[in-house]
Design a protein around this ligand. Sequence first.
Ligand code: PXP
Length: 248
Amino acid sequence: MALPYLRLGVNVDHVATVRNARGGRHPDPVHAAKIAIEAGADGITAHLREDRRHIRDDDIARLKAEIAKPLNLEMAATDEMIRIAVATRPHAACLVPERREERTTEGGLDAAGQQVQLAPAVAKLKRAGIRVSLFIAAEPAQIEAAASLGAPVIEIHTGAWCDALAEHRAAEAQCQWERIRAGAKLAREHGLEVHAGHGLDFDTAETIAALNEVVELNIGHFLVGEAITRGLGNAVKAMRAAMDRGRR
Ligand code: PXP
C-alpha cells in the first residue's frame, strides 16, 4: 500500500534571526518562504515569539498575504497570540511552550498538566477555523491529553532524539526513537494527525519519513544553515529528496 504523502513545512524563523542581527529588511523571511515554496515546500512555518526575537508581527501578516501555500503559526497559548492568530487566520496554529531564556523550544508542551489552561485556547482557535496542533513529547499521557483537548493534530518533538544521535549517545537515541515510533502509532489510534519536528537534518528526516503515521515534518534551523552554502532552494530540494527516499 502506498504511504500517505509526507509534507515538508519550512520554518523561516532564522532568516529573520539573521535580518535582526543587523536591523533593516535583509534577508527577508517572506522572500525566503517564496523560494522554499518554489523549491518544493508544502507549507511555511513561523514562530511569533513573545519577545519578537526573530519573526515579527508584520512578517506574519505578509506571509499570510503573500505566500501561496499554507501558513503554520507557531505560538504560545497566550491571550496576545490567540488574538493575533484569530485576526490573521493562518491555516494552522501549533501551540508550543515558551520560555524567554531558552535558545529554542526546548521541550514539548505539558498538555497533560495544563489541560485547564489549554482548553480555551484550543477552542478559540478551532472556532476561528484554524487547524490546531500541539507540540508535545511522544509520551502516552501527552498524546492522550491532546486527544481529550480536541486538538486534531500533534507535532512530536524530535529534539531529544536528534540531540542523542548528534552526540553519539546510541542507547538514548534508540530509546527516543522507540518512543517516537510508539507515540506516532498511539496518536493515530486516537485519530490524531501526526507531524514531527525540531532538530531534523537530512539523515533524521530520511529516517523518520519511514513512519507512515507521520504526514508532515517542520524543519528550520538546519535548512537555513544549509542555505548559506548551497542556497535555500537547493537545500529544500535535497531535503525533499531525503524525505522521499525515507518514504520509499
Ligand atoms: N516545530 C516546532 C513546533 C518548533 O518549535 C520548531 C523550532 O522553532 C521546529 C519545528 C523547527 O525546529 P528546527 O529549527 O530545529 O528545525
